[in-house]
Design a protein around this ligand. Structure first.
Ligand code: CA
Length: 454
C-alpha cells in the first residue's frame, strides 16, 4: 500500500514537473535570466508618441522601442493617478486590495506610503538574484520606512514625492540613496545618465531597472535649446511640453543605445507605459498633453484617465512591429517580469496580473489575458469586459459637479471616445456588469488615507 502510494506520488510529481516546465516561457534562458527594464512616463497623453499618432512632437527613440516590440493598443493602468498606479505596478495587485486607493497628498504623513505588508517587484527580483535599481520618481511614501532601498531596491537615484523641479536651482536636490545627490543637470537628462550608469555597473549580471521619469508632469520646465527646437508650436504650454517630451525621448534613446553597445538587447525585457492619462481638464490645462481620440483626462475613470501607451519589447523573443488589441493592464508587467525571470509565482501572492508573454507571442490557447478589468477610485468606478465598459466618472474635469456620474455604458468597439451612453437602452447589460464589479469589489478594502474628491 505504501509502495503504491509512493508510486502514485512519484507519478504526480513527474506530471507536476512537466506541467511547470511547459508553463515556463520558452524564452527563459538557463544561461542568463533576462534583464527587466520598466520605463514609466508621468502624465503623458495617450496621443503623445509618434506611434500613437502624434504629429507635432517627434519621438523617434520611443517609436523605435515600440517598433522593435509589441504595442498594446488597449493598454491600461489600474488608476487615474500617479501613486495608486505605481502601487499596482510594484505589487502586481489592484491597489484597492490593500487600501492604496489615492495619492498620498502633497506632504504625506509618516504613515502614508505603500503598506509595508506588501511585497514589491524589486523585493521579488532581488530575492531571485537580480541587481535592482530605481532611477526617478518613487511616490510611494516619504517616510524612511517606505524608502525604495527598504522596498527591494539596492540603488536609488531620484526623489520620493509626486513632482520635482527639473532645474536644480529651482527646487530641492534629488537623492542618491538617502543623501543629497548634488545634481547639476536638467533632471530628465540626469535620469537618463543615471540609468545608463546603472546598466554599466550591472551589465554582467541580470538587473532590474525601474526608470520612472517625472517627465512630462508639471512643473513645466524645459531647456532653452529644446524650447527653441519647438518654436513652431504656438501654444506656450504645448511648446514646453514638447521640449520636455523631447528630453525624455532622448534619455530613452541613450538607454537603448547603451543596451545595443553592450549587446544586451536580446537579454532585456522592456516595458514602456505612462502612469495615467494626460491631465487635459478644459480650462485648466496642466501640461499641454493630448489624449485624443479618448475622452476624459487624468483623475477620471474615462478612457482618457486610464488608457495609456503600452509597449512590450524583447528582441528576438517577442513579436516586433506588431500591435496587440486585447485589454492588458500594468499589473501584468509585474507578473510578466517574474515569469521571464523564472520566479515561481505563488497563489498566496494573489497577483491580479497575468503573464503577457504567451499572449503576445501567440502561444497561449486563451483568447485574452483577462475576462474583465476593474477600477475603483473613490466614488468613481469602471469595468471593462470585452468591448463593453460601465463607468462612473468624475464630472468636474468636464465642468460638471459632484463626485461621480451615474453609471454610463459604452461600447468601445465603435465608440472609443465614450460619446454614446447605452445604459438606458441596455439595462440588463448594466446590471450584469455592475454585478460583476460588485463581486470584484468584495475583495477590496477601505482606503487607508484620502477619500475626498481627489
Ligand atoms: Ca502621473
Amino acid at each position: 500500500m505504501a509502495a503504491l502510494e509512493r508510486g502514485f506520488t512519484m507519478t504526480r510529481l513527474l506530471v507536476l514537473t512537466a506541467a511547470i516546465a511547459l508553463a515556463l516561457p520558452a524564452s527563459v534562458d538557463a544561461a542568463r535570466k533576462p534583464n527587466i527594464l520598466i520605463i514609466v512616463a508621468d502624465d503623458m497623453g495617450y496621443a503623445d508618441l509618434g506611434v500613437q499618432g502624434c504629429k507635432d512632437v517627434p519621438t523617434p527613440n520611443i517609436d523605435a522601442l515600440a517598433n522593435a516590440g509589441t504595442r498594446c493598443t488597449n493598454g491600461y493602468v489600474s488608476g487615474p493617478y500617479c501613486s495608486p498606479t505605481r502601487a499596482g505596478l510594484m505589487t502586481g495587485r489592484y491597489q484597492t486590495r490593500f487600501g492604496h486607493e489615492f495619492n498620498p497628498g502633497a506632504k504625506g504623513s509618516e504613515d502614508v506610503g505603500l503598506p509595508l505588508a506588501q511585497t514589491t517587484l524589486a523585493d521579488r527580483l532581488k530575492a531571485a538574484g537580480y541587481a535592482t535599481g530605481l532611477v526617478g520618481k518613487w511616490h510611494l511614501g516619504d517616510d524612511a520606512k517606505f524608502h525604495p532601498q527598504k522596498r527591494g531596491f539596492d540603488d536609488f537615484f531620484g526623489f520620493l514625492g509626486g513632482a520635482h523641479s527639473y532645474f536644480p536651482a529651482k527646487g530641492p536636490d534629488v537623492l542618491r540613496g538617502t543623501g543629497s545627490a548634488n545634481e547639476k543637470e536638467y533632471l530628465t537628462d540626469a535620469l537618463g545618465r543615471e540609468a545608463v550608469a546603472f546598466i554599466d555597473r550591472h551589465k554582467a549580471n541580470p538587473f532590474f531597472l525601474y526608470l520612472a521619469f517625472n517627465a512630462v508632469h508639471t512643473p513645466m520646465h524645459a531647456t532653452p535649446d529644446r524650447l527653441k527646437k519647438f518654436d513652431g508650436i504656438k501654444d506656450a504650454t504645448r511648446r514646453t511640453y514638447a521640449a520636455m517630451l523631447d528630453a525624455m525621448d532622448q534619455a530613452v534613446g541613450k538607454v537603448m543605445e547603451k543596451l545595443r553597445v553592450e549587446n544586451l538587447e536580446s537579454d532585456t525585457l522592456i516595458f514602456f507605459i505612462s502612469d495615467n492619462g494626460g491631465p487635459t481638464m478644459p480650462g485648466t490645462t496642466i501640461n499641454g498633453s493630448i489624449n485624443t481620440p479618448l475622452r476624459g483626462s487624468k483623475r477620471t475613470t474615462l478612457e482618457g484617465g486610464i488608457r495609456v501607451p503600452f509597449i512590450v519589447t524583447y528582441k528576438g523573443k517577442l513579436p516586433a512591429g506588431k500591435t496587440y488589441d486585447r485589454p492588458v493592464i500594468q499589473l501584468d508587467i509585474h507578473t510578466t517580469a517574474l515569469a521571464y525571470a523564472g520566479v515561481e509565482i505563488k497563489p498566496e501572492w494573489k497577483l491580479d496580473g497575468v503573464n503577457l508573454g504567451p499572449f503576445l507571442s501567440g502561444e497561449s490557447s486563451r483568447w485574452q489575458p483577462h475576462d474583465a478589468l476593474y477600477w475603483r477610485f473613490g466614488e468613481q468606478m469602471a469595468i471593462r469586459r470585452g468591448d463593453w465598459k460601465l463607468v462612473r466618472y468624475d464630472p468636474n474635469v468636464e465642468g460638471g459637479k459632484g463626485r461621480a456620474t451615474e453609471a454610463k455604458l459604452y461600447n468601445l468597439a465603435d465608440d472609443i471616445g465614450e460619446t454614446t451612453d447605452l445604459a438606458a437602452k441596455m439595462p440588463d447589460k448594466v446590471k450584469e456588469l455592475q454585478a460583476e464589479w460588485n463581486k470584484w469589489n468584495k475583495d477590496n478594502v477601505a482606503p487607508l488615507w484620502g477619500g475626498g474628491k481627489k
